[in-house]
Design a protein around this ligand. Structure first.
Ligand SMILES: NC(=O)c1ccc[n+]([C@@H]2O[C@H](COP(=O)([O-])OP(=O)(O)OC[C@H]3O[C@@H](n4cnc5c(N)ncnc54)[C@H](OP(=O)(O)O)[C@@H]3O)[C@@H](O)[C@H]2O)c1
Length: 264
């Protein structure tokens, strides 16, 4: 199957590290115009260096923008238009993961941040890109949530709730816009070897020895006896963003090596 993103314009939010960065790299190397955003200059500079090795500067844009702040969203869209003279064809709504906490330990501030970062950024950015996608009669919106949307994980209250909400938004929107050639799908993210993965594991481990034991345990519990590296993880996301995935809409697909136990 030949997948090309030549002349496509892509926004990958939270794209300076981990899964987002890997997705952005793929799009850039496949000829797309790509914008990423994240909060920290250091991460963005590192991403810029990586992108410069695969493409010319004219093909990518790295913006220091926090997606949990709604007023940043129209600014991101405007800067993409100015840089590439094109509107967005493919929106990848990725976000940073909220902290691991039990319900009892969460504060009102925690909930507000998780809702604005993991739910509302996807909702508001989707609303902003739909108009031009409708005009073009083509568009792809892919919301990255988590397997916790279906199987709430212990100590992950903020993630469980906001991921389920974005997954439901995704289904709702998919039915509204399908007639305009726009598909909207959700990826239920399972294990992927990124900083987020290692940091959560570190927090639940007492020391380095404990960390190694916990990592081995997690791997042994997974049906495939491995956890994916980002480059293996992103393949389905790339397919969903392509012309080839025209009849896949409103789906919520886990990428977890078969770790989820639910069948629907
Ligand atoms: N990896 C896994 O195993 C796994 C499993 C289930 C779910 N997930 C979810 O998948 C998503 C991506 O995970 P990952 O593993 O790729 O994480 P990661 O390696 O920690 O990368 C997170 C990215 O999000 C950016 N970011 C965080 N908060 C942001 C904000 N408010 N505005 C803009 N950018 C922001 C970070 O950059 P800055 O710090 O510069 O902002 C970074 O580029 C997360 O939501 C995570 O919870 C991951």
């Amino acid at each position: 199957m030949n997948i090309s993103f030549k002349n496509k314009t892509v926004l990958v939010t939270a794209g300076s590290k981990g899964i987002g960065l890997e997705i952005a790299k793929y799009f850039i190397s496949s000829g797309a115009n790509v914008c990423i955003c994240s909060r920290k200059k250091k991460n963005l500079n590192n991403a810029k260096k990586i992108f410069s090795r695969i493409s010319e500067k004219s093909k990518f844009l790295c913006l220091q923008k926090d997606i949990s702040i709604p007023k940043n969203h129209p600014i991101i869209i405007k800067k993409i238009k100015t840089k590439f003279n094109k509107s967005i064809d493919i929106l990848i709504n990725n976000s940073g993961g909220p902290p691991a906490k039990s319900v009892e330990k969460t504060t009102f501030k925690d909930w507000n941040l998780a809702i604005s970062s993991n739910l509302m950024s996807g909702v508001l950015l989707s609303k902003l890109v739909i108009k031009s996608m409708k005009k073009k009669k083509w568009g792809r919106i892919i919301n990255l949530t988590s397997t916790t949307a279906k199987e709430p994980a212990d100590n992950m209250a903020l993630s469980n709730v906001t991921r389920a909400a974005l997954t439901s938004f995704s289904k709702t929107l998919s039915r509204e816009v399908a007639k305009y050639g726009i598909t909207v799908n959700t990826i239920l993210t399972g294990g992927c070897l990124t900083d987020r993965f290692y940091n959560l594991l570190k927090k639940s481990s007492k020391n380095k020895k404990d960390f190694d034991i916990n990592l081995k345990k997690l791997i042994s519990l997974s049906p495939m006896k491995k956890i994916a590296k980002p480059e293996e993880f992103i393949q389905l996301i790339i397919f969903l963003a392509s012309e080839n995935s025209s009849y896949i809409n409103g789906s919520a697909i886990p990428i977890d090596g078969g770790s989820s136990r639910t069948i629907f």
